[in-house]
Design a protein around this ligand. Sequence first.
Ligand code: 13P
Length: 341
Amino acid sequence: MTIEDELQTTIAAITQPGKGIVAADESLPTIGKRFAAAGIEVTEENRRAYRTLLFTTPGADLFLSGVILFEETLSQRDGDGTPLPQLLSRRGIVPGIKVDKGTTALPGAPGDLVTQGLDGLAERLKAYKAQGARFAKWREVYGVTDANPTPLGIAANAEVLARYAAICQGEGIVPIVEPEVLIDGDHTLERCHEVSEAVLHAVFDALHRHRVLLEGVILKPSMVLPGKGHPPRADPEQVAAATIRVLRRTVPAAVPTINFLSGGQAPEEATANLNAMNALFPNAPWVLSFSYARALQDPVMRLWAGRAENVAAAQQAFHHRMKMNSLARQGKWLPEIERTG
Ligand code: 13P
């Protein structure tokens, strides 16, 4: 199989109708914070138990085409001794892997960050692939103020994302390209629109310059939203119109699929916004789906609370959120269905 065939096979599996991705790739500090907030003891065993709960949820294979894992999870096993990536692939769910090493300040661009982890990436990808990973994820973050992101921040982050994507494709791994414009702050939806457009424009320019095969990438953007501190929240029709407008201006139709992050939206809000995009723009040139972490997992983690007796209830909650987002990915979700299931 050529590398291009390999990438296409993964893209075909990920873009199956009605399905999306769950990001279960929280780094050790992040999962630690989320566990602590849900009153769960932060141990390796609890991380293993929690992620096993997610991946063994009955019916998950109806709604999920992919799961993004953290490095530690790649070598963990379920209660029967099956490696977790294998458990997923046996269910027809493609395992992926977060490969970036988090952010650091970008010198020369006060207030902007840049993501680390390019050194040795090709070698790490070979090892992850041997453990079953078929796609990867790399996140660049853009805080929004009147001055940020700066032109330098936008250019540097785009360059890093493109280098990462090119390295992945060289190893036959599909890159999730994730430029996240943060929801923090009191900026308007219009300011988020302006920043998102500049960011995506630079990202696709860099992908082109680095000869990344657009047919073999997954874009994971943030939605165009007002900042968290800028009430009231925008309604789903507004979010959908602004987000699709930015995407149409910046993302070539060659990109097969756009899988949004939830970015701090409430679970139902992230579902309603995705639904509005699919309902109002059924002829968009890309699949419009999800790659949520918090909007799929928050209710699940709270219900589980680290107790074996809560596993069934937590899995039910996970099933419900996956099902709601599967409907949203088809533009078939309605607020009433949230309560009737
Ligand atoms: P959220 O959906 O919680 O924003 O997380 C998605 C993700 O993978 C961030 O990198």
